[in-house]
Ligand binder design. Structure first.
Ligand SMILES: *Cc1c(COP(=O)(O)O)cnc(C)c1O
Length: 301
């Protein structure tokens, strides 16, 4: 699966003599878009090979991963079960567009408290879930494991070696790890975390052996799924001027960060940057509901 690299021609880039291209992974599919498709690819093959009939995973109420697992699971003939953070959702999940969609694909939900949810990596908790649900193929929260990283190694193509920087947003870091593994040693891979936390570097090192990469940690806007007026206005303006839709949780923060760094002169003249649009657009409908509740402007779609 290959997608185009689209050049962005905003005045700020020309003024700073920086070239910016976007790899349109968001075009892979409207729901299983971008990196979630890449991360599932080899996991679904493995689940088939090992004769599993059920995919089991974890996620929040707006999770792109939950939507992708539900959709891809159905398409590949798996039963899907999602452990969803927030027991209060039991009553109101039908108001949530992501969960409604996942349910339409046949996903079964277990709503758990935040406290229970934190045990998601505990072997004892997983064993209990296996006892209740029968044997399943476990996809971790966010979908990151070695096979997911392998899938993300297919994002870059040999032609992408011409870029000086490869930039990507970071949740768990699985996508970034794949990019690092398939980058050239003369390229620098920059990750823009969408959340606070020092654990990411360690997590990423579990999957990579190179060190031509770095994390740019000041564009998380206060944490995961946190956003402010400046970010929403940036996303709406970017769409107006480039025709490219970004999401407020991941790719909006990435492009805000890249443009801010261009403006501050961080990139040398004649630098060529490739930014990965990892998709995630299914979450916008739900985010607009949240933004309205917070009295913030909403995203134009
Ligand atoms: C899940 C997701 C990410 C984060 O990917 P990781 O591999 O967990 O770092 C980035 N962008 C979008 C749109 C996502 O849905």
């Amino acid at each position: 699966m290959q997608v185009p690299n689209q050049e962005i021609t905003l005045p700020l880039l020309a003024e700073n003599q920086v070239k910016l291209f976007v790899k349109r992974e968001d075009l892979i599919h409207p729901i299983v878009s971008g990196n979630k498709y890449r991360k599932l690819k080899y996991n679904l093959l493995e689940a088939k090979k090992t004769a599993h009939s059920t995919l089991f995973t974890f996620g929040g109420a707006y999770s792109n991963h939950i939507a992708a697992v539900a959709f891809a699971g159905k398409k590949s003939g798996f039963k899907t079960i999602g452990v969803i953070r927030g027991e209060e959702l039991v009553e109101v999940w039908e108001e949530n567009p992501t969960l409604r969609f996942a349910h339409e694909q046949g996903m079964q939900f277990h709503f758990v408290s935040r406290e229970q949810y934190r045990q998601k990596n505990s072997p004892k908790f997983i064993e209990e879930l296996q006892n209740q649900n029968g044997l399943f193929y476990l996809l971790p929260e966010g979908g990151t494991n070695a096979l997911a990283v392998k899938g993300c190694e297919e994002i870059l193509t040999p032609e992408d070696a011409e870029f000086d920087y490869v930039c990507c947003c970071v949740g768990t870091g699985g996508t970034l790890a794949g990019l690092i593994n398939s980058s050239n040693s003369n390229q620098t891979v920059l990750g823009f975390p969408a959340l606070k936390g020092d654990f990411l570097k360690e997590d990423i090192y579990k999957f990579v052996t190179r060190d031509n990469w770095n994390l740019i940690t000041n564009y998380h806007f206060g944490g995961y799924a946190k956003m402010d007026r400046a970010l929403i206005e940036f996303i709406n303006d970017f769409r107006l001027k480039t025709g490219i839709q970004l999401d407020p949780i991941y790719t909006g923060k990435l492009f805000f960060g890249i443009m801010d760094r261009v403006e501050k002169g961080y990139f040398e003249r004649n630098t060529r940057i490739l930014a990965i649009h990892t998709g995630g657009l299914q979450g916008i409908q739900g985010m607009n509901i949240v933004l309205k509740q917070k009295n913030l402007p909403t995203l134009n779609v």
